[in-house]
Write a protein that binds this ligand. Structure first.
Ligand code: OAD
Length: 250
């Protein structure tokens, strides 16, 4: 992986950065991606698990799936890719981290502001009255959690197929993309919209767009620069260049 002189110079001066992450950034933590080798959607059908009608038809099955994914996440840790963005947030005055991931690993790593476009698997809410529910767990006794306020069905706070993204987060992400000097598209196949439109918008608005990915994606042709490799290796290197040029390496 070679970092161009253009990018090195930009990293040393940039004051406004917008990042979009996808499942690939968590791959090195041991969380399966959705597409490609070992991808979740190769084995399971999204329409049976990640949509509202499926949930209303069989909430127990959908909860089993999300409960299983939560259990896996309890045993994994953020990796150096996540940690790099914690440091970037400290170094860059206007830094916006946008993620499609629901795994909460950016927050667990220590990022304080994360725009979660597809929700967060650790949160849940009632489909009837909208009340958020904390500490929702399924077990042999409670296979489908119910709302303490109204008795309605509790669902995971994730965006399912056919559902709208949270509008405030999406607006904020678009604004950040529109004003940033540097946009990083990290570990995403770039096939799910509107999220995939964010790096494209940044590029069209004049940002330098860098893709960090192990493979070519639908976004590659829009990028100014492609950094091929694992995000857990490349992102710490970008941070090192930022720190070095700002005289901040210990
Ligand atoms: P995908 O599974 O579609 O893509 C993961 C990307 O990560 C691929 O392009 C891989 O090449 C890349 N990748 C894998 N390991 C990597 C590594 N160590 N370093 C860098 N890149 C790596 O995941 P997303 O693009 O996040 O939506 O998928 C988008 C959405 O589709 C998800 O948010 C989810 C899914 O349906 C919802 O749940 C609404």
């Amino acid at each position: 992986m070679t970092i161009s002189q253009t990018l090195r110079t930009l990293l040393s001066t940039v004051r406004s950065v917008c990042v979009l992450t996808g499942a690939g950034i968590s791959a090195e933590s041991g969380v399966a991606t959705f597409r490609g080798d070992g991808g979740i959607w190769n084995k399971l059908r999204p329409e049976e698990l990640a949509n509202f009608d499926a949930f209303m038809r069989n909430p127990q099955l959908v909860w089993e799936w999300y409960s299983y994914r939560r259990t896996i996440l309890q045993d994994v840790r953020p990796n150096p890719g996540h940690t790099a963005f914690v440091r970037m947030e400290q170094l860059i005055p206007d830094f916006t981290l946008v993620t499609q991931n629901v795994d909460n690993l950016h927050r667990r790593a220590g990022s304080s502001r994360v725009l979660e476009l597809h929700g967060n698997i650790e949160r849940s809410y009632c489909v009837s009255c909208g009340t958020f529910a904390n500490d929702v767990h399924v077990s042999d006794e409670v296979q489908v959690p119910r709302c303490a306020a109204c008795g309605g069905l509790i669902r995971p706070d994730v965006v399912w197929f056919g559902e709208m993204l949270p509008q405030d987060e999406l607006d904020e992400a678009h604004e950040a993309a529109g004003r940033c000097e540097l946009c990083l598209s990290v570990g995403t196949s770039g096939v799910v919209y509107p999220a995939a439109g964010i790096p494209i918008h940044a590029r069209q608005a004049g940002a330098y767009l860098v893709e960090v990915n192990t493979e070519e994606t639908d976004l590659s042709r829009h990028a100014n620069e492609l950094l091929r490799g694992a995000s857990g290796t490349i992102l710490p290197e970008l941070v090192r260049i930022m720190e070095e040029s700002r005289g901040m390496n210990a």
